[in-house]
Design a protein around this ligand. Structure first.
Ligand SMILES: *Cc1c(COP(=O)(O)O)cnc(C)c1O
Length: 370
C-alpha cells in the first residue's frame, strides 16, 4: 500500500524556497519581493506559505480581501500586508489589523479617508492603484487632480505606494501593449512623485512580468508564489517548481461487462470489458463537473486514467482497463510530472481555477520543511 491513503494536498516548502530564490535572482537587489497569497495561497494554505516566505525574507504580502489579511495577522505575520481589492465596509477592520489598502477609485479614496479620520489616524499608509489597460479596477490618469484635492484636506493618510497591474505579461504577442502599460505607469508615477515631493514605492509586475519585463520591476514585484511551476508560468519558465501536489487513492475496482454504465445518469456506457477505479474526490473537493466524461484525467502508476461518466459530489470513476493497479494504490491528480496546467488545458480551464477550487475538506500536508 502507498503512503497516500486519502485525498491530500501536499505542500512542498523546499520548492517554494527554490522558486522564491530563483525569482529574487531575476530582480535587482534593491527590488522588494511581494508574495501574493490570495485565495488561500492559490488553493494551498496562505498561512503556511506566508510564514515560510517570511522566514525567507519576503518584504510584503498581498491578499485580495480584508478577511484574508486578518487570517495572516492572526497567524502572527508581522510583514506589511497589502489588500488588493478591499470593500469600504471593511475599512475599519483593515485599519484595526494594520493592513494596507489598495485604493482604486474616487469612492474608495473618499471612504477610506473618512474612516481613517474617524479613527484618528495620522499618515496611514495606502497604495493608490492605477488602471493602465487591464480595465478592471484602478484610477484613471485623469483622476490625479482629484486624488490631490482629497489629500489636501486630510493628514489621515499617506501615499506609500503606487501600483498598476499588467494584463498580458505572459503573452509575447502583446509586447507592444504591455510596454505601453509600463510607459503609462511610469508617466503617472513621475507626475505624482513630483507633486508629492517624494517617491512612493512603485510596483506593477506580476510573476510573468518578473520573467519577461525587467523594465516593469520598479521598486517591488508581486508574485503569486503559492503555486509556481504548474501555473501558466510553466509555459515559459520550467525552472519554477510546483509547490503543491494533489493526491488520492483507489477506493475500489470494478470490472464492467459491455453495456454496463458508470455513475449518475448512466453517462458512461462500457463499449467492452472495462476496468474502473473509484477515487474519493469529487466536485465538492474542487474537481468540477467539467472534468467528467474524459475531459479530465488522473495518473496511476505513471499511466493516464481518464475520468469516465459524471463527476459525483464525493467521487470520480476512472478507466484503468490498461493499467496494472490495485485497491489502495496512490492516484495523482497533479504533481511535478503530471502538472495542473496540462489537466486544466485538457478540460478547458486554467490551472488557477483548478487549484483555487480545492475545497477545505482536502487535507493540506506539509511534506518538506527546508
Ligand atoms: C493575483 C495578482 C497578482 C499575482 O499574479 P501572478 O500572475 O499569479 O504572479 C499580482 N497583482 C495583482 C493585482 C493580482 O491580482
Amino acid at each position: 500500500m502507498s503512503s497516500t491513503q486519502e485525498t491530500v494536498l501536499e505542500i512542498h516548502l523546499s520548492h517554494l524556497t527554490h522558486n522564491f530564490n530563483y525569482l529574487k535572482s531575476k530582480v535587482a537587489p534593491h527590488v522588494k519581493m511581494l508574495a501574493v497569497v490570495k485565495a488561500s495561497g492559490y488553493g494551498s494554505d496562505a498561512t503556511v506559505i506566508a510564514k515560510h516566505l517570511e522566514t525567507l525574507g519576503a518584504d510584503y504580502f498581498a491578499v485580495a480581501y480584508v478577511s484574508e489579511g486578518i487570517l495572516l495577522r492572526e497567524a502572527g505575520i508581522i510583514t506589511p500586508v497589502l489588500v488588493l481589492h478591499p470593500q469600504p465596509i471593511n475599512f475599519k477592520k483593515l485599519i484595526n489589523h494594520q493592513l494596507e489598502p489598495s485604493l482604486y477609485s474616487p469612492r474608495t479614496l473618499r471612504e477610506f479617508i473618512k474612516v481613517a479620520d474617524a479613527l484618528n489616524q495620522q499618515e496611514y499608509p495606502v497604495h493608490i492603484k492605477f488602471n493602465t489597460g487591464l480595465n478592471r479596477i484602478g484610477f484613471w490618469e485623469n483622476d490625479i487632480d482629484y486624488i490631490f484635492e482629497q489629500l489636501e484636506n486630510t493628514k489621515a493618510i499617506k501615499i506609500k505606494a503606487l501600483l498598476s497591474h499588467l494584463a498580458a505579461s505572459e503573452d509575447h504577442e502583446e509586447r507592444t501593449f504591455t510596454l505601453d502599460q509600463i510607459h503609462t505607469f511610469q508617466k503617472i508615477a513621475s507626475e505624482i512623485s513630483n507633486r508629492l515631493g517624494y517617491q512612493p514605492i512603485l510596483h506593477q509586475s506580476n510573476t510573468s512580468g518578473i520573467l519577461n519585463y525587467p523594465e516593469a520591476h520598479f521598486d517591488m514585484v508581486r508574485t503569486g508564489i503559492g503555486l509556481y511551476g504548474y501555473g501558466n508560468e510553466a509555459k515559459f519558465d520550467t525552472q519554477l517548481k510546483p509547490v503543491a501536489s494533489l493526491k488520492s487513492v483507489i477506493s475500489q475496482i470494478h470490472t464492467l461487462e459491455p453495456g454496463e454504465s458508470v455513475g449518475y445518469n448512466r453517462a458512461y456506457k462500457a463499449p467492452g470489458y472495462v476496468k474502473t477505479a473509484t477515487i474519493p474526490i469529487g466536485h465538492a473537493d474542487g474537481i468540477g463537473r467539467f472534468f467528467g466524461n474524459k475531459k479530465g484525467f488522473v495518473t496511476i502508476n505513471n499511466k493516464i486514467a481518464y475520468i469516465i461518466g459524471n463527476v459525483c459530489m464525493d467521487m470520480i470513476m476512472v478507466d484503468i482497463t490498461d493499467i496494472d493497479c490495485n485497491e489502495g494504490d496512490e492516484v495523482v491528480i497533479f504533481d511535478h510530472t503530471s502538472n495542473a496546467a496540462k489537466i486544466a488545458e485538457h478540460s478547458g480551464t486554467i490551472s488557477y481555477e483548478l487549484l483555487t477550487a480545492i475545497s477545505p475538506r482536502v487535507k493540506r500536508v506539509v511534506v518538506d520543511n527546508s
